[in-house]
Structure formats: structure tokens, C-alpha cells
Design a protein around this ligand. Structure first.
Ligand SMILES: Nc1ncnc2c1ncn2[C@@H]1O[C@H](COP(=O)(O)OP(=O)(O)O)[C@@H](O)[C@H]1O
Ligand SMILES: [Mg+2]
Ligand SMILES: [Zn+2]
Length: 278
């Protein structure tokens, strides 16, 4: 593939060392790199990446949010971002500004036509993601949050191998079937030598808007138990809120509209815990 300057690829070795250099420059001024992952899709990985980024930014941290999901880049949609990243004076991609402390970029930027179904094979995907990581100019950041597709495939693997000091946050829902996937994610991290920062249990309890009773849609506490069993830090529970679905669908940012909700408060607590731990 051509890079953002339109150059044709050089020989593989030269290309690799240039990519490595670009990645080092791009990530050099970022204090904490966090890869958000999950065993299966639909557990709220992207929702967590987005709302956690907002919570960290609102605490005064400088945050960058990147998605490396070639097949379903949801980050710009959930943030309601429409702008395309521009190429700056360093000939790198400048992430799109969401607020004073938060910028974001999606790998979608590399694929101008949103409706094109992209079929990437492993090695090509690896190279494209690595190229993308090296092509973005983040500047100084406290946190880089990286959203990836579910599972333990090429994307999290590429991130683990390219950003060697990245740490993982694993998102799960409370039910037992999801927890089996968590164990797989934890083992993946061990295999690729990626430190695990912690575990978040999403869709944990729903407060009935009529009577205030908490209904455990998918059970509760399974995430915390698994974290304890596997020796992983538990970062918190995020309740279920149907308004999250509506926001996701309409491209409005949940945390922005529902500042006082239980969900936003829960993300703020996770952000607080993260700042305290680091
Ligand atoms: N805490 C929650 N309460 C209600 N809906 C949620 C919650 N977290 C995520 N969702 C919804 O679940 C769906 C999948 O979430 P998403 O973040 O896209 O998951 P993933 O990135 O893991 O595939 C979306 O429609 C989202 O709005
Ligand atoms: Mg997602
Ligand atoms: Zn009720």
C-alpha cells in the first residue's frame, strides 16, 4: 500500500525499519497506552473506550483515542465526529479534536470510501495497522486509548507487538459465557507479554426507571470474581442504560448528554481509579 505521502513501498526490510522509527516518534510522548479488548463482540468495548476517554479528559488528562478496527470503526460515530484528519507540517496525520483534552482518529481514515468492504489478509493487516500507528502525530498525551475488534486476532496482536508498552483493559459482561472469553483474553495477554491493566464489567445491573429496583439482566459480579481468580485488577462495574443504545445509533455522545447518569458516574469512578493507579 502507499503511505500518506503517496510513496510506493520500498524493500520490506527498509520499510520495516522506517515503520519502526515512525512508530517510535509517534508514540514517544505518550505516557500510558491502553488497549481495550474483549473476548467477544457487543460487550461494549467501543462504548467503554469512548466514555472512558471522555471521563479521563474531563479530569484534565490529555487523551488520544484511536480505533484499529478495520471492519467496524465505531469510534467516530459514537463521538459524533465527522471531520477527516489532516496531514500536518510533520507530514503526519493530525487526529481530530473532540474537546480541549481529547483527540481521536480511526483507521477508517485510511479507507476513504466508508462503504467499501475491506478484505485484509493477516500480513497486510499487520502492516496497515503498524503504518497507521506510525502515521499519527499525537503530541504529548497522558493516555492513548486504543479500541480494537473483539477476540484475539490480528488487531490486538499487532498492537501488542507494535506498542510494546501497551497495557490491556478487558471488557466483559457478567454472564458465565462471556467470562470464559475473558480467560482467553487474559491468556492471550500472557502469551504476547502484554501487561493487563484491569477488567471492567459492563451492562452490570439495570435500574428500573419506574420503581428504582435494580434488575440483574445478565447476573452480576462475575467480572469481579474472574478478575480475583485470575489475579487481575478489577476496575469497576458499568450499569446497563438503554439510552446508550439510542446515543450510539444516533451518533450522539452519551457522556455528553447524560452527565449525571449512573453510567457516566461509573466511568468517572473508573477514570479516577486509573489515575490513582498510575
Ligand atoms: N452499559 C450499556 N448499557 C446499554 N447499552 C450498552 C452498554 N454498553 C454498550 N451498549 C450497547 O451495546 C452495543 C454494543 O456496544 P459496543 O460498544 O459497540 O460493543 P463492542 O465494541 O464490544 O462490539 C451498542 O449498541 C451499545 O450502545
Ligand atoms: Mg467495537
Ligand atoms: Zn420497576
Amino acid at each position: 500500500m502507499v503511505d500518506i505521502q503517496g510513496n510506493m513501498p520500498k524493500n520490506p526490510q527498509q520499510m520495516q525499519s522506517e515503520q519502526d522509527a515512525a512508530v517510535n516518534t509517534s508514540l514517544g510522548k505518550i505516557k500510558n497506552k491502553i488497549l481495550v479488548m474483549s473476548g467477544k463482540g457487543g460487550v461494549g468495548k467501543t462504548s467503554t473506550s469512548v466514555n472512558l476517554s471522555i471521563a479521563l479528559a474531563s479530569r484534565g488528562h490529555r487523551v488520544g483515542l484511536m480505533d484499529v478496527d478495520l471492519h467496524g470503526p465505531d469510534v467516530p460515530r459514537m463521538l459524533g465526529l465527522h471531520g477527516m484528519p489532516e496531514v500536518n507540517q510533520n507530514k503526519k496525520l493530525a487526529p481530530v479534536s473532540y474537546s480541549e483534552n481529547l483527540t481521536a482518529i480511526s483507521i477508517e481514515s485510511l479507507t476513504p470510501n466508508k462503504d467499501d468492504a475491506i478484505i485484509w489478509r493477516g500480513p497486510l493487516k499487520f502492516s496497515a495497522i503498524k503504518q497507521f500507528i506510525g502515521d499519527v502525530d499525537w503530541g504529548d498525551l497522558d493516555f492513548l486509548i486504543i479500541d480494537s475488534p473483539p477476540g484475539t486476532g490480528d488487531e490486538p496482536l499487532t498492537v501488542a507487538q507494535t506498542i510494546t508498552d501497551a497495557r490491556a483493559i478487558i471488557v466483559t459482561t457478567p454472564q458465565e459465557v462471556a467470562l470464559a472469553d475473558v480467560r482467553k483474553s487474559i491468556n492471550f495477554c500472557k502469551t504476547v507479554n502484554m501487561k493487563i491493566f484491569g477488567l471492567i464489567e459492563n451492562m452490570s445491573g439495570y435500574t428500573c426507571p419506574h420503581c428504582g429496583e435494580v434488575i440483574q439482566l445478565f447476573g452480576t459480579g462475575g467480572g469481579e470474581r474472574t478478575a480475583l481468580q485470575m489475579g487481575v485488577q478489577f476496575l469497576g462495574k458499568i450499569p446497563f442504560d438503554p439510552r446508550m443504545v439510542a446515543c450510539g445509533d444516533s451518533g450522539t455522545c452519551y457522556s455528553e448528554i447524560h452527565k449525571d447518569s449512573q453510567v457516566t458516574r461509573a466511568f468517572n469512578e473508573v477514570a479516577e481509579k486509573m489515575s490513582a493507579l498510575l
